[in-house]
Ligand binder design. Structure first.
Ligand code: GLU
Length: 313
């Protein structure tokens, strides 16, 4: 993957963006940054901003977290368009996408357990897993039962121009390998859900954390297999804690409190490289949003993968 110089500026209308939190815990400062960035980019482009609760990974979903996230967003004065999409209610759509890929021969059943894959000692994938060695690519061995379904990838470079990170290129075969769309535990994989949902919501501009940059070539490949359009992408730097870890439920990130109002929103905006005057950060939220929409510039966002909060000040 090779980030180069950033692309700039405005996108052609009609812009449709989204924020897609996973309800694995409360909204923390890292997710607030993604919410602020996606919201301002949509509104500054005169676009729509949709919400999607990404609870496709049921074992990681925390009861009540989705409601808490929506209430927090509301408390900060975010205004979304249309109904909130909820992944756990969309299993039929993911199933239909998988069936289409099955009919086209793009996916195959896989019987391999993690242990069997590890025994082949394959190279590491870009996200630290193992590149699938292809044991089941040409059919299941006699008597072996399918555990999961994998998408075939090609020895081909996927390239796209990220609006923040610049040119990104990835060879899927060498970096990822054939990847799972339906897991052994019966859950659809995030990659399939996100591609199906972005298309269903008519999303043409994705603004999200750079932790998903390595997933984007997989998503573009899936869009191509499903004959769906590819949105523009802007990957924002992610917030790291003092230990250099991404804020998340696992790293016990604190919830953001809407009573912090413009001060918290301004901290998120400063993190994204935008200068915020004191009268805005100390003023009411109703003054924050019109000012932030009018002054938003995606070109000021640093093309970095991670930053501690408070930088740049
Ligand atoms: N649900 C993902 C997360 O909370 C974001 C997915 C996306 O924006 O595509 O990290």
């Amino acid at each position: 993957m090779t980030p180069a110089g950033p692309d700039d500026g405005q996108l052609p209308p009609p812009y449709r963006g989204r924020f897609a939190p996973s309800p694995t815990g409360p909204l923390h400062f890292g997710s607030l940054v993604a919410a602020v960035g996606s919201y301002l980019d949509a509104r500054a482009n005169g676009g729509a901003w949709l919400l999607r609760i990404e609870d496709v990974d049921q074992p990681r979903t925390v009861p009540g977290a989705a409601d808490g996230i929506l209430r927090t967003l509301e408390g900060f004065g975010f205004a979304w368009d249309g109904e909130v999409m909820v992944q756990s209610r969309r299993l039929d759509a993911y199933h239909a996408a998988l069936v289409r890929l099955q009919l086209d021969g793009d996916v195959y059943p896989c019987a391999c357990s993690r242990r069997e894959i590890a025994a082949c000692a394959p190279p590491r994938s870009i996200d630290g897993g193992l590149i699938y060695p292809g044991n089941c690519r040409n059919g299941l061995g006699g008597g072996r039962a399918a555990r999961s379904w994998r998408l075939r990838v090609a020895d081909k470079t996927i390239a796209f121009s990220d609006r923040v990170q610049g040119l990104v290129q990835q060879n899927l075969e060498r970096s990822v390998g054939d990847f799972i769309l339906l897991r052994a535990d019966g859950q659809f994989a995030y990659q399939l859900a996100v591609v199906t949902d972005d298309a269903a919501q008519g999303i043409n501009a994705v603004v999200r954390g750079v932790d998903l940059l390595d997933s984007t070539p997989r998503q573009i490949w899936l869009q191509q297999r499903l004959a769906l359009g590819t949105p523009s992408y802007a990957h924002l730097p992610v917030v790291l804690n003092a230990a250099g870890e991404k804020l998340s439920k696992q790293t016990r990130a604190a919830a953001v409190d809407p009573s912090a109002g413009s001060a918290a929103l301004s901290a998120a905006l400063r993190f994204l490289g935008q200068a915020v005057p004191q009268e805005i950060s100390a003023g009411p939220v109703r003054d924050f949003w019109p000012w932030a929409i009018a002054t938003w510039s995606i070109r000021r966002i640093p093309a970095l993968r991670g930053m501690l909060p408070g930088f740049p000040a």
